[in-house]
Design a protein around this ligand. Structure first.
Ligand code: DSN
Length: 415
C-alpha cells in the first residue's frame, strides 16, 4: 500500500497503529475504486470533521430547552440549527425530529406512535423493492406490528395502486408506508394519500433514498400528501449517517416521545451537528445542480447498459438508481457483485420483482450514481462504467478492467 494516509488517519495511526492501518485501507479502497452502491455517497470533509467533534462526548437526552442533563446549551444550539435548516430544506414541513440514529429507528418510532403495537401496517414487500423496516418478519416492525405487503407488477416492475387500494380496503391498516430501497421510479404520493384517506390510515412516506432529489425539486415531494416523512441523511442527501422524521404539528408529541424515550436514549449530538452542516450545504444552489446531475447520470447509465444488452427493470429510472435484471444473462447478482469488486466497482446484488433466486444470490444488480457524481463524473464516465458492468456480466475477465477503473478513480478524487 503506497498511498500515504490522510493527516486525519495519520493522527489515529500515531496512537493506535492497528486501527490506523484499517482506516488507511478503507481510504485506499474508497479512493482507488468507484462506489456505485445506490445508498452510499461521499460526504464533505467538513461533515466528516463535524462527526468527530467534541459533541460526541455530550449526553443530551430530551429535546432543546427540555434536557435531562446540565451543560446542554451548545447541544441545544446545534440541534435547533439542524431542525431549522431541515425545515427550510423540505419546503412545507411543519415539525422535524433530527435525533433518529438511522432510518430504521425513525420508522420504528413512527410506527410505534401511529400504529401502536399489534396495529396493522401496509408497506412494500422487501422482494419488490421495499425495506426491512416496512414490516419484514425479521425486523421489529414485522414482529411488533401486523404487516401486510403490496408488491409490484412482475412484468413492468411498477407499483399498482389498485393492488394497494384493494389491500388497504381489505386489511384497514392504521399506517400505509410509501417508499422503497430499490424502486427506480417516482412514487405517486397523491395516489397513495387518496387511498390512505379512503381507509382512515396515516400515510408515511419513507424517502431515505431519493431525499436529496426531493429536497431540491428534482423529484416530486410527498410533503403535503403524507402526514409523516421519514428519511436517512447519508444517501442522496450526502450528510452524516443518521435518520430524521418530518410530521404535521399535531403528530409531533407522540412521534418525538416515540423517538426519545421510546426508541433511543441520548441523541448522537456529533451526528446532529454534522446533519446541521450537511443541511447547510444542501441549501446551496450547487446542491440542486448536483442532484440534477445524479439523475442525468443514472438515466444515461441505464440507457448505456440497455444498449449493451442488459435488461433494466421498468425500462429506466426517474432517480439515482438502476435495477438490472440478470435473468437472461445466466449469472447471479452475487457473482456479478464479486466480479465488479475485482474490477474496482462496488455494487450490490439485489432482488428483482419475481426473482427466482434466494436473497443471498438474487437475479439483480442495483447500481446508483450519487457517489460517482459527487466525484464529478458525467456522461462520458457513465459510458465507461456501463462498458465495465456489461463486460463482467457477459463474461469478460474482471481483472482486465482494474487498471482502467483505477485511472478513473485517480482522475476523480474523493472530496
Ligand atoms: N441499506 C440501505 C440500502 O442499501 O438501501 C437501506 O437501509
Amino acid at each position: 500500500m503506497n498511498t500515504p494516509p490522510s493527516p486525519f488517519v495519520a493522527r489515529i495511526a500515531a496512537v493506535d497503529p492497528e486501527l490506523g492501518a484499517i482506516l488507511q485501507r478503507e481510504e485506499v479502497r474508497q479512493s482507488q475504486s468507484l462506489t456505485l452502491i445506490a445508498s452510499e455517497n461521499h460526504s464533505s470533509p467538513a461533515v466528516r470533521e463535524a462527526c468527530a467533534s467534541l459533541l460526541t462526548d455530550k449526553y443530551a437526552e430530551g429535546y432543546p430547552g427540555a434536557r435531562y442533563y446540565g451543560g446542554c446549551e451548545n447541544a441545544d444550539l446545534a440541534e435547533d440549527l439542524a431542525r431549522r435548516r431541515a425545515l427550510q430544506l423540505f419546503a412545507g414541513t411543519e415539525h422535524v425530529n433530527v435525533q433518529p440514529h438511522s432510518g430504521t429507528t425513525a420508522n420504528l418510532a413512527v410506527l410505534t406512535a401511529l400504529a401502536r403495537p399489534g396495529g396493522r401496517i401496509l408497506g412494500m414487500a422487501l422482494n419488490a423493492g421495499g425495506h426491512l423496516s416496512h414490516g419484514h418478519g425479521v425486523s421489529h416492525t414485522g414482529i411488533v406490528f401486523q404487516p401486510v405487503h403490496y408488491g409490484v407488477d412482475p412484468a413492468t416492475g411498477l407499483i399498482q395502486l389498485e393492488e394497494v387500494r384493494r389491500l388497504a380496503r381489505e386489511h384497514q391498516p392504521k399506517v400505509i408506508l410509501a417508499g422503497a430501497s430499490s424502486y427506480p421510479r417516482a412514487i405517486d404520493y397523491p395516489g397513495f394519500a387518496a387511498i390512505a384517506r379512503e381507509v382512515g390510515a396515516v400515510l408515511v412516506a419513507d424517502i431515505a433514498h431519493p431525499a436529496g432529489l426531493i429536497a431540491t425539486g428534482v423529484m416530486p415531494s410527498p410533503v403535503g400528501h403524507a402526514e409523516v416523512v421519514t428519511t436517512t441523511t447519508h444517501k442522496t442527501l450526502r450528510g452524516p449517517r443518521g435518520g430524521m422524521i418530518f410530521c404535521r404539528k399535531d403528530l409531533a408529541k407522540p412521534i418525538d416521545s416515540a423517538v426519545f424515550p421510546g426508541a433511543q436514549g441520548g441523541p448522537l449530538m456529533h451526528q446532529i451537528a454534522a446533519k446541521a452542516l450537511a443541511f447547510g450545504e444542501a441549501l446551496r444552489p450547487e446542491f440542486r445542480a448536483y442532484q440534477q446531475r445524479v439523475k442525468e447520470n443514472a438515466v444515461h447509465l441505464a440507457a448505456c447498459l440497455a444498449d449493451r444488452g442488459l435488461r433494466i427493470v421498468t425500462g429506466g429510472t426517474d432517480c439515482h438508481l438502476i435495477l438490472v435484471d440478470l435473468r437472461t444473462q445466466n449469472v447471479s447478482g452475487a457473482e456479478v457483485e464479486a466480479r465488479c469488486r475485482t474490477a474496482g466497482l462496488a455494487v450490490n446484488k439485489n432482488m428483482i420483482p419475481g426473482d427466482p433466486r434466494p436473497p443471498k444470490q438474487t437475479s439483480g444488480l442495483r447500481v446508483g450514481t450519487p457517489a460517482v457524481t459527487t466525484r464529478g463524473m458525467g456522461r462520458k464516465e457513465m459510458e465507461g462504467i456501463a462498458e465495465v458492468i456489461a463486460g463482467v456480466v457477459q463474461g469478460k475477465e474482471p481483472e482486465s478492467f482494474r487498471a482502467r477503473i483505477g485511472e478513473l478513480a485517480r482522475a476523480f478524487p474523493l472530496p
